[in-house]
Ligand binder design. Structure first.
Ligand code: GLU
Length: 202
């Protein structure tokens, strides 16, 4: 079990993500990370093996400005626990960033197809393959962000909860789940997503 937390709204995302990840620590994990989409439409990702406190130390002197972001505590299934395999993961052109809880069973076949098209992968994870697949469909398929996620998930076997952000849709979070938990919190001009209600409750 790992943890997912995501935020879009009027507040700064990073402190909310870190607080939420700490509340999800009880679920067990080996690494942690966040990605923030800023007003200039850049996605900045920070990832660290070890505790959320180590991630917090990493970002303490970094630019985490932004009102939309995704966070993750990882329990490795594909690829050893290290900084590179930690989530969030990017697509080939770094248009999308994604966090994932679960397993993509047919990731190897999808990875081989994408490699044949010239995709390069930084990590050993099944998750990075799904991120590349969504981005590939989004950029080449003339479809909306949420439709690209839907089409990619049609090709996937396994259990997942995912949350995705995109440079091209800077006020939107797309989430999906199958066999893994994900709850939605709705506030005033803000939305949260998390693996359970603990990051959402005051
Ligand atoms: N299968 C993914 C990985 O190994 C996600 C694991 C998790 O649920 O934390 O990175």
């Amino acid at each position: 079990m790992c943890g997912i937390v995501a935020y879009v709204g009027d507040q700064q995302a990073a402190p909310i993500l870190i607080k939420g990840l700490k509340r999800l620590e009880y679920r067990g994990y080996d690494s942690a990370g966040i990605a923030i989409l800023d007003k200039q439409k850049n996605i900045k990702a920070y990832k660290k093996a070890g505790k959320v406190a180590a991630l917090e130390a990493l970002i303490s002197n970094s630019d985490t400005e932004g009102n939309i972001g995704i966070g993750h505590t990882r329990w490795a299934t594909h690829g050893e626990p290290n900084d590179v395999n930690a989530h969030p993961h990017f697509g080939q052109n770094k248009t999308l960033a994604l966090v994932h809880n679960g397993i993509i069973e047919n990731y190897a076949a999808i990875k081989a197809q994408l490699q044949a098209k010239g995709h390069h992968f930084e990590s050993q994870t099944d998750t990075e393959v799904l991120t590349h697949l969504i981005e590939e469909i989004y950029e080449n398929g003339q479809v909306s962000f949420d439709e690209a996620v839907r089409l990619a998930l049609n090709q996937v076997h396994g259990a997942y909860a995912i949350v995705v952000i995109s440079k091209k849709d800077p006020e939107m979070i797309v989430a999906a789940r199958k066999g893994s938990p994900l709850v939605v919190g709705i506030g005033t001009n803000e939305f949260l997503l998390a693996s359970d209600a603990s990051p959402i409750i005051e």
